[in-house]
Design a binder for this molecule. Structure first.
Ligand code: FES
Length: 150
């Protein structure tokens, strides 16, 4: 694994031991998840115990320790989206991509995730792809939505 980006990110923060969280966030953006090798490298570069870095990585649910796809498809399963058909939209996404919630396609293109309310209930059912909102999604629109990212 090429860890050059890890060196650059840690250097960007001036090897600041207090910037671990920001460093981990930047690494997740760069690799789309937190590779174990990257966590080891941060520990080495900052001369901090590996356990200290790992505990931050596992404490925050926004960090993913498993590889994620190039495109993150997030389905809101909050109450408003749920009653407006989010479960059907999720099923259609799972059928189209041939994976379940939390999984990544074999070609590494897509990962499906679910979240609770993101505060845009009027747009329900809401699907986000790489953070871009797609509101009032109908099951018939799922294929078209995905094709824009294939
Ligand atoms: S329930 Fe989905 S945005 Fe609020």
């Amino acid at each position: 694994m090429d860890l050059a980006k890890v060196d650059q990110i840690v250097e960007k923060y001036g090897f600041d031991k207090n910037a671990v969280l920001a460093i981990l966030q930047d690494i997740q953006v760069a690799y789309n998840y937190l590779p174990r090798e990257a966590i080891n490298k941060v520990s080495e570069l900052l001369s901090l115990p590996l356990g200290q870095i790992s505990s931050q990585a596992t404490f925050f649910s926004s960090f993913s320790l498993t590889p994620r796809g190039e495109h993150i498809v997030t389905v809101c399963m909050g109450t408003a989206c749920h009653v407006r058909g989010a479960p059907r939209v999720l099923s259609e996404l799972e059928r189209e991509l041939k994976i379940d919630d939390g999984e990544t396609t074999a070609d590494g293109k897509f990962t499906i995730e679910t979240v609770n309310c993101v505060g845009a209930c009027a747009l329900g059912p809401l699907v986000m792809v790489n953070g871009n909102y797609h509101g009032n999604i109908d099951t018939a629109e799922v294929s078209t939505l995905l094709s824009a990212y294939r």
